[in-house]
Structure formats: C-alpha cells, structure tokens
Design a binder for this molecule. Structure first.
Ligand code: NAP
Length: 303
C-alpha cells in the first residue's frame, strides 16, 4: 500500500508529489496522458509565475515535471475510473489495476468548455480548436477567430496575431474578463479586430472551416465572417465526472474544499483547479499541492 496517491500531474499534482516525497511519503502520481505538466503545457507565455517572467508554459510545465521526477516521485500512466475511499484503506481503480493508499489527493484539473453550436463538433480538428498554442501554426497567414473574453481568449488572440493575417476576437460583452494588460495588448494589435457584444451561432465549411456566423446580442444584427479557423476559449469545467457521489461537489462539479484542501472524506484532498476557490492560476494550483500534502501528512500520522 502507498502512503499517498495523487491523481493528476498538473502544477497541483506535481507540487503535491514534490512535497509528498520531501515529507518522506511513498508517493505515486497517476496521470492519464503519461506526461506531467497539465494545462500549463498549452499556455504560450506564463508572465505571472513569480521569479520566472516570460517563461513558456511548455518550459514551466516540463520543469515542474522534471523537479518531481528528480525528487523520486513515481508516475504511472493510467486513467482513474473510480475511487473507493470511505474506509481507511483507499482504493483507486484505474484502467490497468487497483491501487491502495492511506491518503489520496485529487488534482485532475479542468478541461475546455464547448459552445454547443452547429458545426463545432463536425469541424473539430478541421479548423475548430481549443488550443491556439497547439494548432496555431496551421493558420499561418490565414484568418482566424477567437471566441471568449477571459485570459485564455486574449492570450490566444495575441499569440495567433503573430502568425495569422487577421484575428477576430469575439466577446459576448463589451468588457473583457481577462487581465487588463492582455486586453490592452489585444486592443492595440493591428491585425486583431475585436467584435464586442457578439456570440457565435454556427461554424460552416465543407471539409474545413470556411465561415463563422455570429450575432450581436444587443442589436440582434447577424454577420458572417470568412475564417479558416475558430479557436474556442470560453472557460473550463472540472474533471470530476468519475467522482460523482464519492466526494462533495458544488453545482458546477468543483470539489468542495478550502485552502487546507480537505474534502468531506477523511484522508481525501482536492488540489488545484478541481476544487472550489476564488482564483484558478498556476501559482494557486502549486500552492494547493503543498497545502494538500500538509493536511495529508497530519492525517497519515494520526492513523
Ligand atoms: P474564463 O476566465 O472563465 O473566461 C471565459 C470567457 O468565455 C469569459 O469571457 C466568458 O464571458 C466567455 N464565455 C463563457 N461561455 C461563453 C459562451 N457560451 N459563449 C460566449 N462566450 C462565453 O476562462 P479562461 O479564459 O479559460 O480562464 C480560465 C482560468 O484560467 C481563469 O481563472 C484565468 O484567470 C486562468 N488563466 C490564467 C492565466 C495566467 O495567469 N497567465 C492564463 C490563462 C488562464 P463573460 O466574461 O461574459 O463571462
């Protein structure tokens, strides 16, 4: 039996791994993709992680992963399909085997929301994308649209504008949710055209994306934009489907836990984007990993 099993190898899970090993715990991280780093790997520039200004998401995620490996954390590639955690011995059921542990940290993060409009699924991978840093290179000197008004949409538009001939940034309000610094860059980038108060209705194209139909939510005026790609950045939702009925969650599926990361189940902790919190950032995810291990260590010592 392991002391500590961590599910997910994003910043929260990797930080928990580092702290777990340093606390002397036999620590295993289970990660579906087999690669450590999580969502950070697809972020172009991470400009707000203290001490590392301008580091790319890929480099930061890789550094965190390498740090955890250097501490001697074990990483297993498997997807977790269920948990039996009511008893003292926690059972983590994976696609390959069932693992037992004294304590469990859930750090499965969040995934992209979809819009649910016609053409979105049909043209997925054929011009519809949820990751500008992954797919942006395919749209060199072409016209793209980014949907959303948060940090990710702003970052995506700025990133794409470096290669695309034109980027439409389409936001449903007239004020951005994302950081003012990013909004200012987007507003002053020549080949970014911001379309406020508008939402997409459908994406069209025969084999690949050709058009995006939008309408203005204030005037109801419709418009068709000729685009080669549509990047959707309308937020994320937590990866907790496999935990329904196992731990307490809020109505959106975030695991209820405060900064101690304690869930309603003794010996089970939630860290990073997956838990209820006010600010979802790399730095708060990494902090959660440390806090969760502190709580888990106290619990293990009390057994
Ligand atoms: P977000 O902050 O939740 O923003 C989602 C955006 O999509 C909002 O502007 C929202 O509009 C819009 N939206 C949502 N549903 C929509 C729909 N159905 N149709 C049209 N627009 C829709 O999500 P995010 O940008 O993915 O960021 C997620 C988290 O990661 C945030 O906490 C963010 O701060 C963080 N993040 C941080 C960094 C960084 O610090 N470097 C980088 C990236 C992300 P409204 O504004 O009207 O709600």
């Amino acid at each position: 039996m392991r002391d500590l099993v961590i599910i997910g190898a994003g910043p929260a899970g990797l930080s928990a791994g580092i702290y777990g090993k340093r606390a002397g715990l036999d620590t295993l991280i289970i990660e579906e993709s087999g690669i450590g780093g999580g969502q950070v790997l697809t972020t172009y520039d991470v400009d707000n992680y203290p001490g590392l200004p301008g580091i790319s998401g890929m480099e930061l995620g890789t550094k965190m992963y390498e740090h955890a490996m250097a501490e001697g954390v074990d990483l297993m590639e498997a997807s977790v399909t269920g948990l039996q955690i009511a008893d003292k011995v926690k059972k983590i059921i994976t696609s390959t085997e069932t693992i037992e542990a004294k304590a469990v940290i859930i750090a499965t993060g969040a995934v992209h929301n979809h819009l649910g409009i016609p053409g979105e699924e049909e043209l997925g991978g054929m011009g519809v994308s949820y990751c500008a840093t992954c797919d942006g290179a395919f749209f060199k000197k072409r016209v793209t649209a980014v949907i959303g008004g948060g940090d990710v949409a702003l970052e995506d538009a700025i990133f794409l504008a470096r290669a695309c001939s034109k980027v439409y940034l389409i936001h449903r309000r007239d004020e951005f949710r994302g950081a003012k610094k990013l909004a200012d860059i987007a507003k002053t980038t020549e080949n970014i055209e911001i379309i406020y108060d508008s939402v997409p209705d459908s994406i069209e194209g025969t084999d690949t994306v050709e058009r995006l139909n939008i309408h203005n939510v204030k005037t109801n005026a419709t418009e068709t934009l000729d685009v080669d790609g549509v990047f959707i950045a309308v937020g994320t939702h937590p990866v907790t489907e496999y935990l329904k009925g196992v731990v307490d969650m809020d109505e959106k599926g975030y695991i209820r836990a405060d900064e101690t990361c304690k869930t309603n189940v003794p010996g089970v902790y939630a860290a990073g984007d997956v838990r209820t919190k006010a600010l979802r950032q790399i730095v708060t995810a990494a902090a959660d990993g440390a806090c969760a291990v502190t709580s888990a260590t106290e619990y293990i010592n009390s057994l």
